[in-house]
Design a protein around this ligand. Structure first.
Ligand code: FA5
Length: 350
């Protein structure tokens, strides 16, 4: 036995392994060299016939070579597997993965329907802050702190602080807004009546869609956060007749079928006279019930005064409609809480 033999085997083996690119070819090489009848086994078989001296010399070398070859095989196998998985990641012929696209939430769709109808009726669409000051949400709308009407709106108050962004810009003009104005989550979209009138001159007609918040118990038609669309039209000779026309037109376009509705006298401190609008919902067995969808009325003179309009000169109507309620009626949704519980089985239906 010659040392050269071992070196030759080592070289040959390395060359062969180098040239291989598939695991099955590597296996063939393993069998050829390290298998039971492979080249290394042949060498081992020869050992007993060697002299003691030679045994001492070659035994450890053969073992070391076996280990080295095994190691080489292992490394090569790893690198083959690695490049195979890299290749499969770039398999352009593999069938594509289906991308599931999201879609607008039913309430967003309904909001867009409402916007589009009012845009065609020549209204502008305005938005306002969800965090509001007590001044805009209540005082400026003729609801001073001790007014019993505050009970109508259970309110989420923010931790005591005031923020210049939310308080009235020219506060010195109005003593009410000079006192500390606490922050709250707006209970209705009506504060935007004042904000808009402070910055704009009549005549105009606007709607204000937006989210509002109330600290109250939930049931099938009440949520703690929901959506309203405020409407405000101000000019020299705006009357309730204009309101009736606009609302009838809106219902006709929104529901696309005739719905029965009624005006009912009601009270809001920021309108006079005030009214509520109910829509008739058919029930099983030929019965029906009325669902309140909006509050409305002629803008109160105190509101014009808050905004520094001359109440002798201008008239206006305002309304606040519950967007969720409109959606429930149009799409026959029995419970408002479906909109917000995130159940995809519900959301995907629309
Ligand atoms: C108001 O919020 C007044 N700002 C509306 C208004 C505007 C009156 C302009 C006059 C002039 P009210 O609290 O009634 O009013 O709410 C108006 C509408 O919001 C209701 O008719 C109803 O459709 C909806 N709504 C009220 N509370 C809830 C609630 N918890 N969950 C879902 N919708 C509600």
């Amino acid at each position: 036995m010659e040392l050269e033999n071992l070196n030759k085997i080592n070289e040959e083996f390395r060359e062969k392994v180098e040239g291989v690119s598939e695991a099955k070819d590597l296996e063939k090489i393993r069998i050829e060299y390290l298998g039971r009848k492979g080249k290394m086994a042949v060498l081992v078989e020869k050992l007993p016939s060697l002299s003691l001296e030679e045994k001492r010399k070659f035994g450890p070398k053969i073992n070391a070579l076996k280990q080295e070859l095994n190691l080489l095989l292992e490394e090569k196998l790893k690198s083959i597997e690695k490049s195979a998985s890299a290749k499969s990641a770039l398999d352009f012929t593999a069938p594509g993965r289906k991308i599931s696209l999201g879609h607008r939430h039913i309430l967003s769709k309904v909001e867009k329907e409402v916007r589009d109808i009012f845009l065609k009726l020549n209204f502008s669409v305005i938005e306002g802050p969800e965090v509001e000051s007590e001044y805009y949400n209540f005082d400026a709308l003729n609801i001073p702190p001790d007014h019993p009407a505050r009970e109508m709106w259970d309110t989420f108050w923010l931790k005591a602080q005031t923020n210049a962004d939310y308080t009235r810009p020219n506060a010195e003009k109005n003593p009410l807004s000079q006192r500390e104005s606490a922050l709250l989550m707006r209970t209705h979209t009506s504060p935007m009546q004042i904000r808009y009138m402070e910055a704009n001159k009549p005549p105009f007609q606007i709607i204000v869609p937006g989210r509002v918040f109330r600290y109250e118990a939930t049931d099938a038609s009440h949520e703690i956060n929901f959506y309203q669309v405020e409407g405000l039209m101000v000019g020299k000779d705006v009357s309730l007749a204009n309101f009736k026309f606009i609302i009838e037109e809106f219902f006709r376009k929104f529901f696309k079928e005739k719905v029965e509705f009624r005006f009912r006298p009601s009270y809001f401190p920021f309108v006079e006279p005030g009214l509520e609008v109910d829509i008739k919902l058919p029930l099983k067995g030929g019965k029906s019930k009325w669902l309140e969808v909006m509050g409305a009325g002629m803008v109160h003179r105190a509101v014009f005064e808050s905004a520094h309009y001359n109440p002798e000169e201008y008239r206006g109507f305002a309304f606040g409609v519950g967007l969720d309620r409109l959606a429930m009626i149009k799409y026959k949704i029995p419970d408002i809480r479906f909109f917000y519980n995130g159940d995809l089985r519900f959301i995907r239906q629309f």
